[in-house]
Design a protein around this ligand. Structure first.
Ligand code: FAD
Ligand code: ZN
Length: 474
């Protein structure tokens, strides 16, 4: 496989980053060549890990000159195949990683900003903010292994979007190495700056197709003084949405999270994740995990009062309010373990759709009906960030379904599910991006003028087509 690259090119990489920044051992490379769910297996002769932006710039100049594809990889937790390289002898592709760029450069508590290198784990950025008595609100189940550069490149969402926004809303400035080796030094901590095009937006959510992000300045927030977390049972998604409407009205922007968990998703966790148990009795059909963060001391009392009223009105059947940090973690573990439990349970067709909240129930009704029609033994797993209208809607297949059958069904059934979402004014990819997995759907469902503009931007920033080849576009 090293044959994809000449030894003279490897020597030039070595001269830039040294042996400490090069991985050519195939066993060491293997985990970087498989996507988290095992859907994509790639190929690359080398992973290059520059120690700083200057080294990254030199590597990219060599690659542009030699026409070598460059696939940025963060924690490799992405769910669309975007970080997996597909090198061939005709068009070699290398992996580039920011893993050695993992310093918190600055925490400016007065300015409520943190400047961190792209290779920082998300959990490390959260911890740095906390040390400075601030909150970095981006939070998702993969936070112990995904990197800030990956989060920015996928415009990650997670569980606090309804209060704090997507990653895009949290990024104030970026440092990026362009395909030709030039560096944009845009690490601004300014909340106001109307000086021409806001170029950083191009790289946020670009999935590594326009440049290699090396650092970012991100917004911080006050840490809530008290936090209250509850798991409640509701009769159906419509009831959950009504509860959400009331929660927004009653709790305002103190509401951090509002997550939906269906019965099947909960059962998968209880079966496959050791040490989990259902805090509610009676096996409810639907659960909502909600969290409130308050600048005052009384989040528990506020959430308790809200839920008591909701129970009186019959909107909520049962509920439990976490009484300690440990209980809070246990409730979140139920939610955060769903993807892991699904993986352990076997194969399934995954969706990551969003629709307006007013269309969630209709989406579920139509999508479930079409799934059961198309796959008689299907098990429908529904969960997601209900407050954002974003559902992870999975269709689990009978044990023993082989990979070829899975992929064939995946293409045809997910197409129909995406069409339902689109007809309801929704998106076929709310959080996870396009990568290789959803390129056909982007081609099919995106506005043609928008797609044309995207190609124009790609050609302007990466005329040699070296940045993450084969991703986003067909
Ligand atoms: P990778 O997977 O390594 O890369 C993702 C993309 O970014 C690739 O296209 C890659 O080329 C590009 N990239 C990576 N680093 C850079 C860089 N420095 N410069 C330029 N491009 C770069 N996502 C959500 O949005 N919300 C969730 O709630 C969520 N939950 C998840 C739960 C689990 C259990 C798992 C496994 C994944 C989840 N994800 C979620 C998906 C994933 O964690 C996010 O997309 C995450 O932001 C990816 O970060 P990463 O460092 O792993 O990136
Ligand atoms: Zn998600």
């Amino acid at each position: 496989m090293a044959d994809d690259l000449s030894s003279s090119v490897l020597d030039r990489f070595n001269a830039v980053v040294g042996s400490v920044g090069l991985v050519t051992d195939q066993e060491e490379l293997d985990p970087c060549l498989a996507e988290w769910r095992g859907l994509f297996h790639g190929r690359a002769p080398v992973l290059v890990a520059p120690a700083n932006k200057e080294e990254a710039a030199e590597i990219l100049s060599i690659c542009q000159h030699e026409r070598i594809g460059v696939v940025p990889q963060g924690g490799n937790t992405g769910l669309a195949g975007g970080a997996i390289p597909h090198s061939t002898p005709e068009f070699p592709q290398i992996l580039i990683s920011a893993r050695r760029m993992n310093r918190i450069r600055d925490l400016d508590a007065a300015n409520y900003t943190v400047t961190a290198e792209a290779g920082c784990l998300l959990s490390a950025v959260q911890a740095a903010a906390e040390e400075g008595d601030r909150l970095f609100p981006l939070s998702l189940a993969a936070e112990g292994s995904c990197q800030l550069g990956g989060n920015i490149s996928t415009n990650a969402g997670g569980t606090n979007v309804l209060r704090y926004g997507n990653t895009r809303d949290l990024v104030m400035g970026l440092e990026v190495v362009l395909a030709d080796g030039r560096i944009i030094d845009g690490l601004s901590g300014l909340r106001k700056d109307n000086t021409g095009y806001d170029l950083k937006q191009l790289f946020i959510g670009a999935e590594g197709t326009l440049g290699f992000i090396t650092a970012a300045t991100c917004k911080l927030f006050p840490r809530p003084r008290s936090v209250a977390t509850a798991l409640v049972a509701v009769s159906d998604p419509t009831a959950a949405i009504e509860l959400y409407g009331e929660a927004r009205r009653a709790l305002g922007d103190q509401l951090n999270a509002f997550e939906l968990i269906g019965r099947v998703a909960m059962d998968l966790v209880l079966t496959h994740i050791p040490g989990t148990s259902d805090p509610l009795s009676g096996s409810p059909d639907w659960y909502v995990l909600m969290e409130l963060g308050s600048a005052g001391p009384d989040a528990d009392a506020v959430l308790q009062a809200f839920l008591s009223a909701a129970i009186d009105k019959g909107r909520v059947q049962d509920g439990v309010l976490a009484q300690s940090g440990m209980q809070r973690d246990a409730l979140w573990r139920l939610r955060h373990s769903i993807s892991e439990a699904e993986k352990k349970a076997g194969v399934g067709i995954k969706h990551d759709i969003s629709v307006p909240l007013s269309a969630v129930a209709q989406f579920l009704e139509r999508a479930e009906a079409l799934a059961t029609r198309r796959i008689p033994d299907v098990v429908v797993v529904t969960f997601g960030h209900l407050g954002d209208g974003n559902l992870h809607f999975s269709l689990n297949l009978p044990a023993g379904t082989d990979a070829a059958t899975l992929m064939k069904l995946w293409d045809s059934v997910s197409r129909d599910v995406h069409t339902v979402a689109a007809e309801l004014g929704g998106s076929f990819s709310a959080e996870h991006g396009i990568g290789t997995l959803k390129r056909h759907e982007l081609q099919r469902l995106a506005d043609p003028v928008a797609l044309d503009l995207m190609r124009t931007i790609k050609a302007a920033l990466d005329p040699a087509g070296i940045m993450n080849p084969g991703k986003l576009f067909l």
